[in-house]
Write a protein that binds this ligand. Structure first.
Ligand SMILES: Nc1nc2c(ncn2[C@@H]2O[C@H](COP(=O)(O)OP(=O)(O)O)[C@@H](O)[C@H]2O)c(=O)[nH]1
Ligand SMILES: [Mg+2]
Length: 301
């Protein structure tokens, strides 16, 4: 009988390649919010998968991208810090597109030997990929990083090849007892999950720069007999965004509130009473003190 294995795997890659989707699929619950927009994930988020043989602790990270705002710089720093601390690096690409120069650079950066952990390349979105192009793409990655442990094509959305990937990850983990209780699936508090679920709806419903300049802060979180009461503030970066978020006759906010509430009720299995407000805090995303207050400082975890 082989020993129990437990360790962390950092999910790394450009924005939007499907890191959060993969983690949610493995965990079987939406612990990280997912939207079609880049830079949805701002924090380092843990997703914990436990079975009879292993505990795999996924570290979902913000996508590695260029950005000049303090918030963006902090996000990229969080991703590299997570890589340094992990036992395994899972470097993900969108295999349905040609390898662009930013992706190539990212792979080179991890392949340069400065981090010693085993690397697994994850080629995601194979449900969208042209089969004839998949193999050459895989070979291209192999050429850039011939020393990686494995190259695994998957579809995070469809759940294909996820077990193969889990097998490769497990094989790289140290023998160790579980760190978390087996029914534990994330390190986020219910309060943080509430903030993320509201922010997901802002990302889904709003356009242009608005989502990227919005943050959510829960001001009251009370567990009562009939459910959880949550008051949350949606912070916008400019006065102009406020009416756009509220929408005609408050319909924008109503939609955000309804969907966030339903998602949270499903996740937490309790009734949720959610109240939302909008507050303007000009350029909060460039304000280091405010970022720390929001849990978005560069050492945020
Ligand atoms: N077709 C397809 N779409 C995917 C797959 N994985 C993720 N996506 C979509 O890609 C977008 C970005 O996903 P997300 O997990 O937020 O990417 P992240 O920024 O790397 O965390 C979302 O619209 C996902 O639904 C996949 O395997 N196939
Ligand atoms: Mg993400």
């Amino acid at each position: 009988m082989s020993e129990f294995r437990c360790g962390t795997v950092a999910l790394l890659g450009r924005p939007n390649v499907g890191k959060s989707t993969l983690m949610n699929k493995v965990i079987g619950a939406k612990v990280a919010i997912v939207t079609p927009k880049p830079q949805t994930t701002r924090h380092r988020i843990l997703g914990i998968f436990t079975d009879a043989k292993s505990q795999v602790i996924f570290v979902d990270t913000p996508g590695i991208h260029k950005g000049t705002k303090q918030l963006n710089r902090n996000m990229v720093r969080i991703a590299y810090a997570a890589a340094q601390e992990a036992d395994v690096l899972a470097i993900m690409q969108d295999a349905s597109r040609p390898l662009d120069s930013a992706t190539r650079l990212l792979i080179e950066r991890f392949a340069d030997g400065s981090l010693k952990q085993p690397r697994i390349h994850v080629l995601n979105k194979i449900d969208l990929a042209n089969r004839d192009l998949l193999l050459p793409r895989l070979q291209e990655i192999q050429r850039i990083d011939p020393e990686a442990r494995a190259y695994v094509p998957v579809s995070a959305r469809k759940g294909s090849q996820i077990n193969a990937l889990l097998g490769e990850i497990r094989a790289c983990l140290p023998e160790s007892p579980a760190v978390y209780e087996e029914d534990w699936f994330t390190d986020q508090s219910q309060r943080q999950l509430a903030e993320e679920y509201v922010r997901e709806q802002v990302f889904l419903g709003m356009h242009q720069e608005i989502p990227f300049q919005t943050a959510v802060q829960v001001e009251r979180f009370e567990v009562g007999d009939s459910g959880i009461e949550i008051d949350a503030v949606i912070l916008v970066g400019s006065e102009r965004h406020k009416p756009m978020l509220i929408g005609k006759a408050g319909m924008g906010m109503k939609r955000i509130g309804t969907y966030a509430r339903k998602g949270l009720e499903e996740l937490l299995g309790q009734r949720i009473y959610l109240k939302l407000w909008v507050k303007v805090d000009a350029d909060w995303f460039d304000n280091p003190g405010k970022l720390v207050e929001l849990g978005l400082g560069s050492d945020a975890s």
